[in-house]
Write a protein that binds this ligand. Structure first.
Ligand code: CA
Length: 683
């Protein structure tokens, strides 16, 4: 008797527990569905105009359902129009709209358009179908047979096989399907797959140990695929916040680091650095960073999850305020210097400007050309320097650019731009690429060997000034070899100063200083072109604008040419001639073996050793037994600070001798090979 009673009690407890669990699950589903629908409905005002042109068979006359395009594929408009109608139906539930929506979905189901570009089949269309059904389910569900059939059409793409932003996108429509069918197992797995890319990876694609974001092979994609990744993760994290699917704290921390360390620092005022946009820089307006304010509702929801969640949105709030255009470009900008040893990219953030350098190596991929995009940017990763003060220096300049005069790049100067030859997945050719950083100052170096041009290029960052050195420039190509200093929009007047032995140029609050003997060329003319010229899906309308272009001509057949110039961003025209940066900065060496600069003011020495050797200055003698990059601070004190990097990422240790005092220093290994290590030396 007692036994039976006990059993009965146990059964009641079990059923109640299962019942509670089911109830909790249903509540979680309700919460997430409510948030998804609310988020979809928050997307501006939609027009129902398309209902008037919808034909009786559920198709639109202006859509080519047999389109073979790989970008801007015509049938995708069918589902986005239907989604617009579903959004309007949420507000005004009239029968005509409902019938139209059902008719258009029946047509989609019947025609079943397939694109040659997998992205439409496996990401875009299943997502739109899921969104439409969720919107309808919350107002007036679709006929069951139609919904079942469309749910089957959503089952495209393998979320387990994809990586990074693509994985998230495929997992997202699996999550929509889980919500529509209240499938707990599918919900668990799809949310887990959504969050899976939020981890520092040892794989070539995804979020790296230096917090750069790589996709399409190990290729820098911070604000292209990285933007999709970040926005998508915030969105899903906000949908499931506070439910059993909530993002784990560790992942919130990782995502916050990517946001604050790499992503937001690639924006100046309202504009992205052109180097973080991948091939997408060739799309009109892609440099506009205003889109980050679109994450606001997700982030507000995440902020409500309380303390100790791992989220850090302080820098985001400041960035959105800057991007709104109501505050100065310098508002709450914190100076920093970050060398991305996995991404082959450096960001020098100063209150007054952003200076970045994009390079490549045998470990990474050049900026790609594909799907008709970036048709001319063959040199985009050959040491391209992005110099932003106001932020808009390069905004939408790309149709009118001369593509063998990309800022910072040394290359052949063809009579007319040559189409890009990079295509997908093209690795760099050299491995001595990288740099050293102390968090505020640093050095980056790039060994160029591309398109029959070789050079040793380095950038030395001293806060107020950036010194650019080139050495060992060699080519037997028939064209002249040039190094471009800048090619940006022309703003206001220019000033040229040759009163001292150094010649200097000033344009749009930036000073450019050269040493005697350089063959400097300069134009300030209208340039024209079309977006279609650089991206086949874009407009063929002519774009014109006045462009400031400054470059050094090394002539034809240079055998051991070099260059040295200093950039001072944020200087007034009446000051720039009086303040030659060469009064403080001393170029101690600029050869293919050794490039070195000292700053007396900062008591700092910056050296690139392309081979074992030594540097002797009046203050200090430095000797190394292997190629490396060395930054020495507190140079003349009793305890100099030594920062070392091995750009080749192959060495385990290097011996450095300072004023004849020898020591062997261990270098970081594994995922941290190529990162900076600091030692304090007791002289
Ligand atoms: Ca040219």
């Amino acid at each position: 008797m007692y036994k039976r009673k006990y059993l009965f009690g146990l059964m009641v407890i079990c059923f109640t527990a299962i019942g509670d669990l089911c109830y909790a699950q249903q509540t979680y589903f309700d919460t997430v569905i409510h948030r998804v629908v609310k988020d979809l409905r928050s997307r501006g005002n939609k027009t129902e105009k398309s209902i008037t042109t919808l034909q009786s068979d559920g198709t639109w006359p202006d859509i080519n359902y047999k389109d073979s395009a790989v970008a801007l594929w015509s049938p995708a408009a069918h589902l986005s129009r239907t989604e617009d109608l579903a959004l309007i139906y949420g507000k005004q539930q009239n029968e005509r709209l409902y019938t139209g929506i059902v008719k258009s979905l029946r047509a989609w189901n019947r025609i079943n358009p397939i694109c040659r570009n997998w992205w439409y089949n496996e990401i875009n269309c299943p997502q739109l179908l899921g969104q439409i059904m969720l919107l309808m389910q919350s107002s007036k569900p679709l006929p069951a047979g139609l919904q079942d059939s469309l749910l089957k059409k959503m089952q495209r793409g393998n979320m387990y096989k994809q990586t990074g932003a693509n994985k998230l996108d495929v997992a997202l429509h699996n999550m929509y399907r889980a919500l529509l069918t209240r499938d707990i197992a599918l919900m668990d797995s799809s949310v887990a797959q959504c969050f899976q890319p939020v981890v520092l990876t040892t794989a070539s694609e995804g979020l790296q140990y230096d917090y750069s974001y790589l996709q399409h092979g190990p290729q820098l994609q911070i604000a292209s695929y990285g933007l999709v990744f970040l926005g998508g993760e915030f969105k899903v994290a906000s949908y499931v916040n506070g439910t059993r699917w909530q993002m784990p704290v560790e992942k919130c921390k990782v995502l916050s680091m990517f946001l604050n360390r790499a992503f937001l620092n690639s924006i100046r005022y309202r504009y992205f650095d052109f180097s973080v946009l991948g091939r997408g820089f060739s799309r009109k307006n892609s440099g506009n960073a205003g889109a980050i304010s679109g994450w606001r509702s997700s982030i507000n929801l995440l902020k409500r999850s309380g303390t100790d969640t791992g989220w850090n949105f302080a820098d985001y709030d400041a960035a959105v305020k800057r991007a709104s255009g109501n505050l100065p470009a310098s508002y709450q900008v914190k100076p920093s210097h970050t060398q991305f040893w996995k991404g082959d990219y450096v960001q020098h953030v100063n209150t007054g400007y952003l200076f970045t350098v994009r390079t490549n190596s045998t470990r990474t991929r050049r900026t790609e050309t594909g799907n008709g995009e970036n048709l001319y940017g063959r040199y985009m990763s050959d040491g391209a320097t992005n110099i932003q003060r106001t932020g808009s220096e390069y905004f939408n300049i790309f149709p009118v650019w001369e593509y063998d005069k990309i800022p910072g790049v040394t290359c052949r100067d063809y009579p007319a731009d040559r189409p890009a030859i990079n295509s997908w997945n093209q690795p760099g050719t050299t491995d001595f690429t990288g740099g050293v950083s102390d968090g505020l100052y640093g050095i980056s170096t790039y060994s160029l060997n591309f398109d029959s041009v070789k050079a040793k290029k380095s950038w030395f960052f001293f806060g107020k000034q950036i010194v650019c050195l080139g050495a060992g420039i060699q080519s037997t190509a028939p064209e002249p070899i040039t190094t471009t200093i800048n090619q940006c929009w022309s703003r206001g007047n220019q000033v040229i100063d040759s009163s001292n032995s150094n010649i200097a140029y000033w344009q749009d609050s930036i000073g450019y200083y050269f040493q005697p003997g350089e063959h400097i060329l300069y134009t300030n003319d209208e340039q024209k072109g079309t977006w279609k010229h650089v991206n086949s899906s874009q407009s063929g309308d002519t774009v014109r604008g006045k462009v400031f272009k400054l470059w050094i001509d090394h002539g034809i057949n240079p055998q051991n040419a070099g260059y040295a110039y200093v950039i001072v961003p944020g200087i007034a025209s009446n000051q720039f001639a009086q303040q030659s940066p060469f009064s403080d900065l001393k170029i101690l060496s600029n050869t293919a073996a050794l490039q070195a600069i000292s700053s007396a003011k900062l008591n700092m020495l910056q050296i690139v050793f392309y081979q074992a050797g030594f540097l002797q200055s009046s203050d200090i003698t430095v000797r190394v037994d292997k190629p490396c990059v060395v930054l020495i601070e507190k140079m003349t004190t009793a305890k100099p600070e030594l920062y070392i990097t091995d750009p080749s990422q192959k060495l385990k240790k290097v011996t450095v001798s300072l004023n004849r005092k020898n020591a062997e220093y261990r270098l970081p290994e594994g995922e941290y090979a190529g990162s900076t290590v600091k030692y304090i030396i007791d002289k």
